[in-house]
Write a protein that binds this ligand. Structure first.
Ligand code: PGA
Length: 241
């Protein structure tokens, strides 16, 4: 694992955007795995700025998002469909047909999950997967557990995740209890992985990711088994490493 410590959120985001941009410049038809949440917002802003200055072209890029809430329509501002359109897709030139998001509204989650993994495979696999991390070490919505489901699947969100994400909703009761997420193997099959974290509330999870035991109880610790992981953190998230 390569750990890069940047001064603050802004510097972390700039570095992350440079890394994504260099992937796309190296391979114009890159397949990107994308994350939502508050962490990558500034990285997306930076990429949009690069696009506006003609420094990057996304016309051949394909994307696969990590996860989506169940039973939240795409018009809902808290859905990850909405988030991705608002924060990235509406501002760059990724062709609509190249954008892949999990459908949390489907009545056949099993079929949706199997087809998503197949689509990733047919696209040639993910070249670069961007990840955030939950304070409990979840990646995507792979929550700490005795056993992890390796493929794309439906999950019950951990109480900690519901609490952490309630800041985006009017009340805790409004946070969906279920989601659909890429599985750990889906993530680990990516050629390269970029994990971002900022803020003190991520420091413990980052320590466990980098140097803790490899355990399903800290899903991000499984990244230690991957040969090409870059972690970019700000000083606060790096506090315990
Ligand atoms: P955050 O979420 O970026 O909003 O902190 C990260 C995550 O839960 O994976």
């Amino acid at each position: 694992m390569r750990v890069i410590i940047e001064k603050d959120y802004e510097a972390m985001s700039k570095k992350a955007a440079l890394l994504v941009a260099s992937q796309v410049r190296l391979k114009e038809d890159s397949v990107l795995g994308l994350a939502t949440g508050s962490t990558p917002i500034r990285m997306y802003n930076e990429l949009i700025e690069m696009y506006e200055k003609d420094e990057i072209d996304f016309s051949e890029v394909k994307t696969f998002n990590l996860d989506e809430y169940c039973n939240l329509p795409s018009e809902n501002p808290q859905s990850y469909h909405y988030y991705m359109n608002e924060n990235f897709f509406n501002h760059v030139n990724i062709p609509e047909e190249n954008i892949n998001l999990l459908d949390g509204m489907t009545d056949n989650l099993k079929k949706e999950s199997i087809e998503y993994d197949m689509k990733i495979k047919r696209a040639g696999g993910i070249d670069l997967q961007v990840l955030g991390i939950g304070p409990n070490g979840h990646i995507g919505f792979n929550e700490p557990a005795e056993k992890l489901n390796v493929k794309t699947h439906q999950v019950d969100l951990a109480q900690e995740t519901i609490e952490a994400n309630s800041r985006f909703f009017e009340s805790k009761e409004d946070v969906p209890k279920k989601a659909i997420t890429m599985g750990i193997a889906t993530i680990l099959k990516s050629n390269r992985i970029l994990l971002l974290a900022n803020g003190k509330n991520k420091a413990k999870a980052i320590k466990e990711t980098v140097s803790g035991n490899v355990t399903t109880k800290v899903p991000s610790s499984l990244l230690q088994t991957h040969p090409e992981v870059t972690i970019i953190v700000d000083e606060e998230a790096a506090e315990l490493i």
